[in-house]
Structure formats: structure tokens, C-alpha cells
Design a binder for this molecule. Structure first.
Ligand code: GAP
Length: 543
């Protein structure tokens, strides 16, 4: 696998991933395909656990989020409306000497593919000017391969949520504020995929679009907009929250999610996008970072980390774009707003009307099609602001958007630890222990008979295995010494191992039907009754 030779820890992680079946290079037997990765048996379990935890946290344990599972290929108009056809590109340059293609903003970090030893860190050949390279994978739908059949593999899961907003709203009986969540594949033809799975060409996203009332609507209904500051306590959502409070809430929720699966705050970082970095329609975006082994140090020598997830306050841009491009209304009707508006003093109505008008006009001006005149824009903004009195508005959105594969890589890097033991003869051996949180660990428990040539031990161990496996991912192992079996499970990150020994069979009558449980991280063992085993394990895994 073409991985950075200069990063020994990443090399160890990549090698462990292949050796233990977490991640394989896609199409490896044909020399691989750059930017594509497969998940092996342990990786597939880990990924499944992560997606399920995200889904449970974001949808099933909340009343205000509904799920969606949309297609990967959608009408190409969606990507015109979202701006991806026009602007989803990276600046690309070619090297005239080595013929390599690079992202212009990363050129100094990339070794020359032709003479890596001579040009480590920088290719010295003459470069072309940077030009925009659209990252969407293009294909054709149907048998005729002409421009009318062009379609794209989705570069994000988010747009399907906006396109289906009305259908979900009508069928889920939700009311704003509420969210729509989706987990699924996304594809980007990255110019330079790198850092193992961190920047891939095919990956998965876990995205939530959380729709909220515009601040003008909150103010009309509740008088003021509640603002949460970074130090304010974590409160449950309140009806008078504006976009800032919701944005802050979702950043905290997402950090709590990461903490709950073993990524402590110390391993995370934050990047608050500057006004220059923000898209013109966005009001704020906070990136949650993880300190990967390849993450660089800032000017002060601190590792800040690389992006795991972005939480963006995207205003009403996305729904507005789909309304304009599809001609279908994307607004909602809110009886509370209609009733409250009628009771507002005239000056307040005028103030809110003007602010909403200005916001809409600003959006319409910046997103105008070439044939739209300033008069048409003013007319549309007036119509939009007049809608407030009728209880109509286009919802704004907060978008926590996470990458599954980056999270898997973060969990693997975070779990990786080495233990060196020296025996009586002074011989040292270093083994790997993957300290996954039990919630995400690919295998939850290993079940071993002390000896494999004792049928009574084997039968009892098999019975314990059968007892556990309907409820959690368990493995049965009777190969080699107990020490070797522990080491195998340590490398896989299995938090608990259960051994069935002669005491289980009643050699000491008071220990009949008890087993030893060995804890991965400290090696401690305790004895537990078989009847308590499942509850014990489930409490550790779910707790
Ligand atoms: N809908 C918003 C959106 O797609 P993004 O920052 O482009 O925002 C969101 O992507 C997340 O998807 C990122 O934080 C990252 O975790 C993941 N992601 C994006 N590009 C990726 C790539 N090439 N390989 C792996 N993960 C990627």
C-alpha cells in the first residue's frame, strides 16, 4: 500500500489493518486502485457498529429526527441547484517533468511519483497553471451516452435530504424544528487521495440536516431569540432558540457522541471557520478535528488535528436553491407565526419584515441566474417577506456532517497501543492491544475452553458461546495456549475474554457454572456466574 514512509506509526497502523483484516486495499490482486479501500472482517464489524451507534443516537433516541435512505444517482438538476456542477472543484496542476497531477494547495507536501527519493516533499519540475477540476464522478443513465444522459455519483448525502424535505415533512408528521438523517456512500474524484482512508474517492457519510425557524420567525413568536454562548450549560432544546443556539447545541452533541465511543476531548480539536473560509450563504461552521498520527503542528508547536466532521449553519440556502431550480415550493406554513404576526406592533412587523427581506434579497442576488434582473430579485424578496404575515417561511438548517471512514481511522489510531513484556530470561516481546471502547469494538467477547482436548470443557464453552452470540458479536477460539488466544483478541480489540475451566465444571463445587472474565486493558480477571454473563457484557457494551 502506498503509504507515507515517513510516519512510522501510520506504517504500523496500515500494516496491522491488513494483517488483522480491518482494511484492505481495493482490488489488491490487480495492483490496487488509488483512493479506494475495502473493509475486512474486523473493519466491517467496526464500521457497522459506528453507523448503528450514530443512527441510534441521531434518530431512534430522539423524537425530532427522521431517517432517509436515498439513491446514489439522482436527477442531475440536483447538483446544478446545489452548486456542485459549477463550483465543486479543486485547483489542479500538472507537472511537465514527471506528468504527475497535484492539488495546487498541496504541492509542497507531495513527493514526486517519478523520483520520490530525489524530490521528497516537492516536485521540482515545471508546473502548468492551476485549473479547476470538478470532483464529481460522472456517468450516463440509459443506453445512450450523450450530454442528455449525464448523471453523477453523489458527492455528499445531504442533497437528497433537501430534495426529499417536503415528502419527509408530510409523511413523518414532524414540525420545524426537526431533522432528517442519512448514512450512505459518497464519491469524490479527489486529485490526490492520501493518508490511508482519510481522503478516499469512495467513502461514507453520516449527515443530519436539522431544520430550524429563521431568527426573524423566532422573534415574531417569542419576542426574543435565545443565544447560547460557548460557556453556557448544555440545556435541552428550547422553542426560542435561534440558529446560534442550535449550532452550538449540535457541536456539543457531536462531541459527546465522540466521547461516548472513546475519543476523549484531548484527542479532538476545533476549527471555527473564518468569514473568509465560509461559503457566502453560511453563518458559521465548526469543524471537529481528530489528532491523527499524520496531523501537523501549528506555529505554536501544537497538533490541532484534521477534520472528522463539519457542523455548518447553512441558512436557508439549500432549500431555497431547490425551490428556485425545481419550481416546487420548499417553504412551510406555521400557524403560530401567522397568529403571532397579527398581534405584533407595526414597528416590530416592519423591523422583522425588513430584516427578512434583506436576507432574502442578499441570497437572491448572490445566487442569481444570468437572466434575472435586480427588479425581479426585489420583487421575489418582497414576496418572501410578505409570506411572514401568512405564516410562511423557508426553514434554515444546521448540518452536522461526519465521515464514517475518517471516524474509523480515528478510532483505530486512538485504540492502537503497544505493550512490551519481558520474561524471566530477559527476553522482551512487544504486542499490540487495540483499546477500542466496548461500544465500537468489532468483537465483544472471546469464548475459550481451557483445553481443546477435553470434551466436557469444549461442550460447556460451546454452550456459553451459543448463549451469547444471538446478542453480541462473539468468537469461539480453542487454538493454542490461553496466552496466545488473549493476544489474538487484544490485537482485534476484543474487550472481554471468557474462559471455561475445570472449576466451571464443578471441580471446586462452589465455583460450578462460573467462568473467568479477563479484561483487555488491564489484564485483570474476575469470576462470574454464567447466568450473569450476558447482562454483565451488555451493560459494558451499552452502558
Ligand atoms: N454536506 C456537507 C459535506 O459534505 P464535507 O466537509 O465536504 O461536507 C463532510 O464532508 C465529511 O465527509 C468530512 O468532514 C469528512 O469526514 C468526510 N469526507 C469528505 N471528503 C472525504 C474524502 N474524500 N474521504 C473520506 N471522507 C471524506
Amino acid at each position: 500500500m502506498a503509504e507515507p514512509k515517513q510516519n512510522p506509526l501510520m506504517e504500523k497502523i496500515v500494516s496491522l489493518c491488513k494483517r488483522r483484516g480491518f482494511v484492505f486495499q481495493s482490488s489488491e490482486i490487480y495492483g490496487g486502485i488509488n483512493g479506494f479501500w475495502d473493509y475486512g472482517p474486523l473493519g466491517a464489524e467496526l464500521k457497522r457498529n459506528v453507523k448503528e451507534l450514530w443512527w441510534n443516537t441521531m434518530t431512534r433516541s430522539r423524537d425530532d429526527v427522521a431517517g432517509l435512505e436515498a439513491t446514489i444517482i439522482m436527477a442531475p438538476e440536483i447538483w446544478k441547484a446545489s452548486g456542485h456542477v459549477a463550483t465543486f472543484s479543486d485547483p489542479m496542476i500538472d507537472c511537465k517533468t514527471c506528468k504527475g497531477r497535484f492539488r495546487a494547495d498541496q504541492i509542497s507536501e507531495i513527493p514526486c511519483p517519478q523520483k520520490p527519493s530525489k524530490c521528497v516533499g516537492e516536485c521540482h519540475g515545471e508546473k502548468t497553471e492551476a485549473r479547476a477540476f470538478n470532483l464529481m464522478f460522472q456517468t450516463y443513465v440509459g443506453p445512450v451516452q450523450d450530454d442528455s444522459a449525464i448523471a453523477y455519483l453523489r458527492p455528499e448525502t445531504a442533497q437528497a435530504i433537501f430534495a426529499q424535505f417536503k415528502n419527509v415533512l408530510e409523511t413523518s408528521r414532524q414540525k420545524v424544528p426537526f431533522g432528517i438523517a442519512q448514512v450512505g456512500k459518497a464519491f469524490r474524484n479527489e486529485v490526490t487521495p492520501r493518508n490511508f482512508t482519510f481522503r478516499s474517492r469512495e467513502f461514507e457519510q453520516m449527515e443530519l440536516e436539522f431544520f430550524i425557524k429563521p431568527d426573524e420567525v423566532i422573534e415574531a413568536i417569542y419576542g426574543t431569540v435565545a443565544v447560547r454562548t460557548p460557556n453556557s450549560q448544555l440545556l435541552s432544546p428550547q422553542p426560542n432558540w435561534g440558529w446560534q443556539a442550535w449550532h452550538h447545541y449540535w457541536v456539543e452533541e457531536r462531541v459527546r457522541f465522540y466521547e461516548g465511543i472513546g475519543l476523549s476531548r484531548e484527542t479532538l480539536g476545533f476549527h471555527h471557520q473564518t468569514p473568509a473560509e465560509l461559503a457566502h450563504y453560511a453563518r458559521a461552521c465548526t469543524d471537529i478535528l481528530f489528532k491523527f498520527p499524520f496531523s501537523k503542528k501549528d506555529a505554536d508547536g501544537n497538533v490541532t488535528g484534521d477534520e472528522l466532521e463539519g457542523i455548518a449553519a447553512r441558512s436557508d440556502f439549500d432549500l431555497s436553491q431547490h425551490q428556485r431550480f425545481s419550481g416546487k415550493p420548499m417553504g412551510v406554513f406555521d400557524e403560530e407565526l401567522r397568529a403571532a404576526w397579527a398581534k405584533l406592533p407595526k414597528e416590530k412587523q416592519d423591523d422583522l419584515w425588513k430584516r427578512y427581506y434583506d436576507h432574502r434579497k442578499n441570497y437572491l442576488t448572490k445566487s442569481a441566474k444570468p437572466d434575472e434582473t435586480p427588479e425581479q430579485i426585489s420583487l421575489q424578496a418582497t414576496e418572501d417577506a410578505n409570506g411572514l404575515a401568512k405564516g410562511q417561511y423557508i426553514p434554515h438548517v444546521i448540518e452536522p456532517s461526519a465521515g464514517v471512514d475518517r471516524l474509523i481511522l480515528a478510532l483505530i489510531a486512538n485504540a492502537y497501543s503497544e505493550v512490551t513484556k519481558t520474561d524471566d530470561k530477559g527476553k522482551s516481546e512487544t504486542t499490540v492491544v487495540m483499546k477500542f471502547h466496548p461500544r465500537v469494538a468489532p468483537i465483544k467477547v472471546g469464548v475459550f475452553p481451557l483445553l481443546k482436548n477435553k470434551p466436557e470443557l469444549v461442550a460447556k464453552a460451546q454452550a456459553v458461546y451459543e448463549l451469547l452470540r444471538p446478542h453480541l458479536k462473539a468468537v469461539y477460539d480453542d487454538g493454542g495456549s490461553i496466552g496466545k488466544r488473549y493476544a489474538r483478541q487484544d490485537e482485534a480489540g476484543t474487550p472481554f475474554c471468557v474462559t471455561i475451566d475445570f472449576d466451571t465444571l464443578g471441580e471446586k463445587p462452589e465455583l460450578l457454572d462460573t467462568v473467568t472474565i479477563r479484561h483487555r486493558d488491564d489484564g485483570k480477571q474476575e469470576r462470574l456466574n454464567i447466568s450473569e454473563l450476558l447482562d454483565f457484557l451488555l451493560s459494558k457494551i451499552r452502558g
